[in-house]
Design a protein around this ligand. Structure first.
Ligand code: SF4
Length: 81
């Protein structure tokens, strides 16, 4: 299984991930992205059909704020990935 989370401390609100993977990433009132599936806790197993978009978003993030790992993040972007 794969999990994703946005490090909102380093996100610069560029909006790219929300265009690449709009089902997974949305932006808050400050434009900072978060994972819609689990309120950015990194605990929701990514549906397989969304994984490639998330991978693209991860590669496309200018600040490497999108983390992907095999284990749940439990709210902590630094935990893995
Ligand atoms: Fe933030 Fe990266 Fe998404 Fe841009 S691509 S909004 S920097 S997480």
């Amino acid at each position: 299984a794969k999990y994703t989370i946005v490090d909102m401390e380093t996100c610069i609100a560029c909006g790219a991930c929300g265009i690449t993977a709009p089902t997974v990433f949305d932006s808050d009132e400050n434009g900072l992205s978060f994972v819609t599936l689990d309120n950015n806790q990194g605990t929701a197993e990514l549906p397989e059909e969304l994984f490639y978009d998330v991978e693209d978003a991860c590669f496309g993030c200018p600040t490497e704020s999108i983390k992907i790992a095999d284990e749940p993040f439990n709210g902590n972007p630094a935990k893995a990935g």
